[in-house]
Design a protein around this ligand. Structure first.
Ligand SMILES: Nc1ncnc2c1ncn2[C@@H]1O[C@H](COP(=O)(O)OP(=O)(O)OP(=O)(O)O)[C@@H](O)[C@H]1O
Ligand SMILES: O=P(O)(O)OC[C@@]1(O)O[C@H](CO)[C@@H](O)[C@@H]1O
Length: 310
């Protein structure tokens, strides 16, 4: 079973507009609402791939109720802990071929809720074979909360795929227990290294930084440009097929779902890379966030090209 962690879930609202105008009224007819936050997108894609998944994190208020009912409808095992605060909304406005996102901070987690969740997490982790941890930390949690979770997962012997950025990612790489897989995108990698921007050649060098020592898989995603992947001492350049992208939001989450599922199925090397990254491509082809058309999985894997770089 794959356990997905979403500490700051959201009800994602997607507005599609042919034109978006500032400082005036915009009326929206194309509206979608989904149980979101990165880890819930991961859980949904794993479920679509028919792998056993359980989702956990904090949920509260009426938006929490919506997510609880969505988990039931999607037949995803619900391990979320109820909290006194209110789960947030995140809004993505898709307009003029661009995408503007408004992300609420989310609830403040009480100290007792934070400690109770760590106790619950230890028990849930014991039931899992793989763990994914995704997204931002809600307010009220200590900055080292992910490090505490990595330590617990390590104690119970379960590897973690971590998808976060900035200080949270930097801290997780400096702690005693590092993740098994990380997946920063090109901009997040630049940010981690204190650089303004990185081109593809910079990425090839940066991925071999000592910063990633001990992390088995480093996956740097680059949207339509594909990815650069490091596994132990090997580096690969991955090319994705050219597609008509409908909505790339959640492609990174779908890649995490792909790698977790592939690992659960004992895929390795290039087969795992192709399977994992194909899920990002398939998500980008769909309007729905965190959704893949499973009838296209074999086609997409065949289109992925993996080149040995080092
Ligand atoms: N337009 C696209 N065309 C082809 N493949 C794409 C496209 N967008 C995303 N992908 C695939 O999905 C993977 C992940 O995409 P991306 O780099 O945009 O992740 P991300 O920035 O973490 O996304 P998000 O934070 O929105 O989930 C890419 O490495 C690529 O394989
Ligand atoms: O605030 P976080 O946790 O960093 O990101 C939240 C979020 O933007 O990420 C997903 C796309 O990856 C969306 O479903 C969601 O709204």
């Amino acid at each position: 079973m794959i356990l997905t962690i979403t500490l700051n879930p959201s009800v994602d609202i997607q507005y599609r507009l042919s034109d978006f105008n500032i400082d005036t009224v915009n009326r929206v007819t194309d509206v979608r609402k989904t149980a979101g936050g990165k880890g819930l997108n991961v859980a949904r894609v794993i479920r679509q791939l028919d792998e056993k998944v359980s989702a956990t994190g904090f949920l509260g208020g009426s938006l929490g109720d919506f997510i609880n009912s969505e988990l039931k409808r999607l037949n995803i095992e619900n391990g979320f802990m109820p909290i006194t605060g209110d789960t947030r909304n995140c809004i993505a406005i898709i307009h003029n071929g661009e995408q503007t996102e408004l992300l609420e901070d989310g609830p403040v987690i009480q100290q007792e809720e934070a400690s109770q969740f760590l106790r619950q997490f230890r028990e849930q982790a014991k039931q899992a074979n793989w763990i994914t941890i995704s997204g931002s930390l809600p307010k009220g949690l200590q900055k080292n909360y992910y490090e505490q979770m990595l330590a617990i997962a390590n104690e119970v012997g379960i590897p973690v795929l971590l998808d976060t950025k900035g200080d949270l990612l930097a801290r997780s790489l400096q702690g005693d227990t590092v993740p098994y897989l990380i997946k920063p995108n090109q901009d997040e990698l630049a940010d981690l290294l204190g650089e303004e921007k990185l081109d593809i050649e910079d990425v090839r060098v940066a991925i071999q930084s000592v910063l990633f020592d001990g992390v088995d898989w480093v996956v740097i995603t680059m949207g339509a440009q594909g990815a650069v992947v490091k596994h132990k001492d090997k580096v690969y350049r991955v090319h994705s097929p050219k597609i008509n992208a409908a909505n790339p939001v959640g492609s990174g989450d779908s890649v995490i779902a792909g790698f977790a599922t592939g690992l659960a199925r004992q895929l390795s090397g290039e087969n795992l890379i192709k399977f994992g990254l194909a899920m990002g491509v398939l998500n980008a082809m769909e309007e729905q966030t965190g959704y893949v058309d499973i009838t296209k999985v074999s086609w997409c894997i065949e289109q992925m090209k993996v080149e040995d770089w080092v």
